[in-house]
Design a protein. Sequence first.
Length: 226
Amino acid sequence: MTDRTYDAVIFDVDGVIVDSEAVYCETFNATLGDYGAGMSRADYAVCVGHPVEENSAYAVDRYRLDVTPAAFREIWMDRFEKAVSNPDRVSLMPEILELMAHVRSRGYPLAVASSTQRDRMMKTLNSGLLSRLDGVQDLAEVFDVVLSGSDVKRLKPAPDIFLMAAEKLNVEPDRCAVIEDSEAGVKAGKAAGMTVFAAPNFFTRRQRHDEADFILGGLWEAKRYF
């Protein structure tokens, strides 16, 4: 038995560990520019938390682009993956290294659970996180479980990926804490029966986070709960 409130911590990736939403926004806008359109960072916020397929269809419909959603997605993702593979173009979210070091020092097993497809998620984590961890050669040295949208049929806000993470961690869902930034992620964590910490950022601060158990002003605030 343990006197802890939680037995494991599960992190989202985009907008929680890595500031990859800025790269998504930049490359999305560059792709719009190919067709004479453009979108502000603030307006791009409506796309955050949704699959790239949905966002590609949204772009084509909203701007009446002369391209299919599938073709738009292919061009956008080619740009994104080239950009996110360059560590100089990817930043970590503020305080994430301190938070991760804190929970690991306290002995919590850690998991990653992202709706992003595996290849893209791994490029983001390797470039954004692993490249900045001295002496760490593999993500398995940091996370006990790494799950992506490729591992489940239903993406967030469905709870599937969080329930799978709990199962692989061998921890009951109600003993898991989730760190999320998006409305879809918050809903997924709560649907899984977990305690959810919402850490909104520039792109997600206008989304609804009221279902979260805790709404943080910054990731550093989560340290007091572990």
